[in-house]
Design a protein around this ligand. Structure first.
Ligand SMILES: [Zn+2]
Length: 69
């Protein structure tokens, strides 16, 4: 069975990082970068993720990796 075929990936985006300063404009006014945990595709979103939310999302990501979520 083949894994990681982007063409058929349903994408499970996880928070990757926050866009700061001038980069927001360069990125088309998006505020955060998300990465698919299955195929590695990146996407940008308008949503601003504050520090607290970041912590939650990164914790969830870690738990998922460990198979706990
Ligand atoms: Zn994907």
């Amino acid at each position: 069975m083949k894994l990681n075929i982007p063409l058929f990936c349903k994408h499970d985006y996880e928070f990757d990082s926050t866009i700061h300063g001038d980069m927001i404009i360069h990125m088309g006014y998006n505020r955060s970068i998300w990465k698919c945990s299955k195929c590695g595709k990146y996407t940008q979103r308008k949503a601003y993720i504050n520090k607290d939310k970041q912590k939650d999302l990164l914790r969830l990501k870690k738990m998922k990796k460990l198979g706990l979520a």
